[in-house]
Design a protein around this ligand. Sequence first.
Ligand code: R5P
Length: 283
Amino acid sequence: MKIIGGPASQLLASRTARALGTEPALCEFNSFPDGELYLRIAEETENENVTLIQSTPTDSDLVALIQLIDACEGAAKINVVIPYMGYARQDKKFKPGEPISARAVARCINADRVFTINIHEKSVLGHFPCPAEDLDAAKLLGEYIATLSLENPLLVAPDAGAQGLVKNVASDLGFACDYLQKTRLSGDTVEIKTKTVDVTGRHIVLVDDMIATGGTMAESIRMLRGQGAADVYLACVHPVLARNAAIRLFNAGVKDIIASDTLEKAESRVSMAPLIADALKGL
Ligand code: R5P
């Protein structure tokens, strides 16, 4: 199988290829003078089984993925791994006249098989024109958290939506878990309601699928520290960390940010390569 990494997932594609005992194909990524993207896969893909790995945090990354799929015309089979799928949060029409952006993006992916990782809303999988499966980063995140050797940590979801993820992260390791109640006030401000959980002197790991503006986590950290928590760590699958999110989190008193490499940032310490490699081996 040929592994091809798009511009947003070069490290993850290389790690996945290595986990499968192969090397990723080389590609050329460039742009035309007017800004349009140019790419070329520098290896033959005709009649090959190809796996493209490309997160789509930006519109350009989405275009690059569509170009890569097109460049693999003639391949025997095309698997597409979208570790972080942009626009997945617009999974319904919140106001009349809006698009279902997640559906619009999914419909562009002309492949034989799609894999995502902890996609924001699983119903989006049904919009791909081919079978699509969501992989779960929880076990790998949990294993990394265990290496921190925190004494009696409490894993906390900042909202009810992240409860399932937190339970999965905690389950194999026997960590306790709980969740907070969040109300979103605007794009980057939220209200976190106090919960009756005694965090005094405890090390907390807040776990969520993504950190975008950092508003959710910053409020949660403040609330938990205000209630006497000891160190507060953050763990997420997708470190979007838009604008000044990292600074907001450090100003709120975070001890450390742990993230996966679905987006390749300084915080991306937990590789999803074993997860992807296992899924590809199972095909
Ligand atoms: C929302 O439901 C998600 O799980 C995250 O909690 C949210 O996207 C985080 O956004 P932000 O970092 O902007 O608060």
